[in-house]
Design a protein around this ligand. Structure first.
Ligand code: ZN
Length: 155
């Protein structure tokens, strides 16, 4: 008879749930990819040109200047326990609330903070564009809440 000792129990890796923050064995969890903000980058890239001799005449060489400002997102695989996964937002509720109460509901749902939350509300979801985008995401079951969980629960 095979005995299952403590050593074998330890072979199941554990991870911290992204939602409830409890550490649980991975066979009670599932792995999902979440995107997280990894920082902002603002830069001025490219060379500024210079002088070039062309046909005996000095000419300014066109430089290529490029300003850029962007927010970088990286996708990370993270673990979520089965219980939290079962409790993810309902598709129909989220879709209805996003459609009807969008500018009021979405910032709370997403867990937005500070100025972006206020802006989302007073600009009606960044001039309706963001609101429409969020309705589409909710319709596709991909609107993520503050924990990064999508509204893909049907029942
Ligand atoms: Zn959990």
């Amino acid at each position: 008879m095979k005995r299952y000792g403590a050593e074998e129990m330890n072979t199941i890796s554990k991870s911290t749930c992204i939602s409830c923050h409890y550490t649980k064995p991975r066979d009670e969890m599932r792995q999902r990819s979440f995107s997280e903000k990894s920082g902002h980058s603002v830069g001025l890239a490219g060379n500024v040109g210079g002088m070039i001799k062309q046909g005996g005449v000095m000419k300014a060489r066109p430089g290529n200047k490029r300003g850029s400002a962007r927010i970088n997102y990286r996708t990370k695989k993270q673990w979520i326990c089965n219980e939290c996964w079962k409790g993810r937002p309902r598709w129909i509720t989220t879709l209805l609330k996003t459609t009807i109460f969008g500018p009021l509901y979405v910032p709370a749902y997403k867990g937005m903070e500070g100025i972006s939350k206020v802006l989302y509300t007073i600009t009606l979801g960044y001039f309706v564009i963001g609101w429409v985008k969020d309705i589409c995401l909710a319709f596709l079951g991909g609107l993520r809440n503050a924990d990064g969980l999508p509204n893909s629960r049907i029942f």
